[in-house]
Design a protein around this ligand. Structure first.
Ligand code: THU
Length: 130
């Protein structure tokens, strides 16, 4: 099952998280429909609001090399419960359709949901309705 492998990739990536302010390290790994994996980490900034989450870094890496279809994304942090992606990341991920969201923590707890269930009624741009 790819969930385990994806969690491992996210966990390994997490070691490179740049989180000097919150100290909250997050790792993500996104699986494309054609079987490639791209990882991401949170990248914080001295101007805190400019921080980018691990999920978006992973997605943007994949999109930047031409990927558009995704099967699943795993996200891992050192949390009591499996870490859920933030609302902003849910919206950004939803741009590329539904996918499986694999939430995990370092203790090995895992929770799996569909993106459409985590963010029903995501915003979609409708051309010509201005
Ligand atoms: N963070 C993520 O990377 N992903 C999430 O889904 C939630 C939050 C990061 C942003 C910030 O660097 C740190 O976690 C604390 O909010």
């Amino acid at each position: 099952m790819y969930a385990k492998e994806l969690i491992e990739r996210a966990k390994k990536a997490r070691e490179n998280a740049y989180a000097p302010y919150s100290k909250f390290k997050v790792g993500a790994a996104i699986l494309t429909e054609d079987g490639e994996v791209y990882t991401g980490v949170n990248v914080e900034n001295a101007s805190f609001g400019l921080t980018v989450c691990a999920e978006r870094v992973a997605l943007f890496k994949a999109v930047s090399v031409g990927k558009r279809s995704f099967k699943a994304i795993a996200v891992v942090a050192d949390t009591e419960e499996p870490v859920p992606p933030c609302g902003a990341c849910r919206q950004v991920l939803s741009e590329f359709g539904d996918m499986e969201v694999i939430m995990a923590n370092l203790k090995g707890d895992v929770k799996i949901a569909r993106l459409r269930d985590l963010l029903p009624d995501s915003f979609k741009f409708e051309e010509g309705k201005r």
